[in-house]
Design a protein around this ligand. Structure first.
Ligand code: ASP
Length: 413
């Protein structure tokens, strides 16, 4: 009997063919034809996949977090795991921005660049950083679910799960219902993922058809600096974190994880990647549900190393374009604000660039500079989202192993 090709391979083939097709179509077809292609085929196919996975995110995060928090069983353990994962998230993000600043200072991507200022740019309203924290607490959890406010859903679900544990036996029937709903959501992901190869192909080729790679040219040094630091973060920082802190083989991790990376790349959304990330962590990397159901949605919302890297490089780049000299204190301030800004960034496409305004404002760099980097941000967004979600899974593996709950056999299989 012929063996069926694994889904992961199909997704990978879709990624490569999508890139090649997009570039060829951008180069040889007329703009009119490409418009029709995008409108009638690529957009609808891409949207079916994108909407399919987004459909699962809110109910899945709610059910899986409640089950996770209830099954951890004791509050002490929950706060220990929470403490570990949050420290990991903050330290890796600060490290990411630091590396970004080192390379941005080395390469000087904005030096000598004379870019006329686009006039149409209007800065979005910048949130006050403390509000980001107080707003984590929902005043109406139903509204949070409707709006898909991840951080608020996380807080509510954890409290819900903890309360189930505190009530004990009488709350068991409800927990059973929620855990069955959770199973059902995971089944739905399996079904939606069947169209992933088509969705990935459509999403990727659409970006390349509409943008082409030549949009990257004027800001090539800027783009290159970011991509290089993203690569360093994935290979060196996460690789050594897995090896040293997690005591596991990093190559095994990436072999199993790249389907999740492709989904992040094609959707540019950490939130949309939560379902596949959870599934891969639990079924392939041997992470227990009780830990991953808590750390993955949390990470998708607050841990954005790729975004912080972009914000760090962009701040230096824009300062150089405007001829603003940044001293050491200002650069340290960038590390602090980019770390906070990335925490406040939502896991949706393009959110990181909005929060960049916060970083620029703190150090007094003209906000109009955002308009300059905006032109290349679509493709950078795809790449940084990959780093964002990889960091979450790496942290989850490390914390699970430190709790002696990683199924090492499954991880190595
Ligand atoms: N698109 C990114 C994400 O979802 C956020 C960003 O724009 O940096 O992770």
């Amino acid at each position: 009997m012929k063996k069926k090709m694994p889904l992961a391979n199909k997704v990978f083939i879709a990624l490569i063919t999508g890139i090649v097709f997009g570039l060829i179509a951008h180069g040889i077809f007329s703009a009119q034809f490409n418009d029709l292609l995008v409108k009638w085929i690529l957009n609808p196919v891409g949207n079916v996949f994108l909407r399919g996975i987004k459909m699962i995110v809110v109910p899945l995060v709610l059910c899986s977090l409640i089950c996770g928090a209830a099954s951890i069983g004791d509050i002490k353990k929950l706060s220990r795991v929470g403490g570990k994962i949050l420290s990991y998230y903050v330290v890796t993000t600060a490290l990411a921005v630091t590396i970004a600043l080192i390379f941005a200072n080395l390469f000087n991507p904005g030096a000598g660049l004379n870019i006329p200022l686009p006039t149409e740019y209007k800065a979005a309203e910048i949130p006050f950083i403390m509000d980001v924290f107080t707003n984590m607490i929902p005043t109406n959890p139903i509204e949070s679910l409707v709006k898909g406010d991840m951080l608020q859903i996380i807080i509510f679900a954890i409290l819900f799960g903890i309360s189930i544990t505190l009530i004990g036996e009488p709350a068991k029937p409800l927990l059973n219902v929620i855990s069955q709903a959770n199973e059902i959501m995971i089944k739905i992901i399996g079904i939606v993922m069947l169209v992933a190869p088509f969705g990935v192909f459509a999403l990727i080729s659409k970006v390349l058809i509409t943008q082409g790679l030549d949009v990257l040219l004027p800001l090539l040094k800027y783009t290159f600096t970011i991509l290089l630091v993203l690569l360093i973060q994935v290979l060196l920082v996460y690789g050594s974190a897995l090896k040293i802190l997690g005591k596991v083989n990093p190559i095994k991790f990436y072999k199993k994880f790249w389907t999740v990376m492709v989904v992040a790349f094609s959707t540019s959304s950490s939130n949309a990647t939560i379902p596949v990330n959870l599934d891969t962590c639990q079924k392939k990397l041997g992470v227990p549900e009780s830990i991953s159901s808590f750390t993955i949605p949390l990470g998708a919302t607050v841990n954005m190393d790729g975004t912080a890297i972009m914000q760090g490089v962009a701040a230096i780049f824009i300062a150089q374009v405007f001829g603003v000299d940044l001293n050491l204190t200002q650069q340290l301030l960038i590390i602090l604000t980019a770390t906070l800004a990335s925490i406040g960034t939502a896991g949706v496409p393009g959110a990181g660039i909005v929060m960049l305004a916060m970083v620029l404002q703190q150090i007094g760099i003209p906000l109009e500079g955002i308009a300059i980097v905006l032109s290349v941000d679509r493709i950078i967004d795809m790449c940084r989202t990959v780093v964002n979600i990889t960091g979450d899974a790496v942290g989850t593996v490390i914390v699970s192993n430190s709790e002696k709950e990683l199924d090492v056999e499954l991880y190595n299989s």
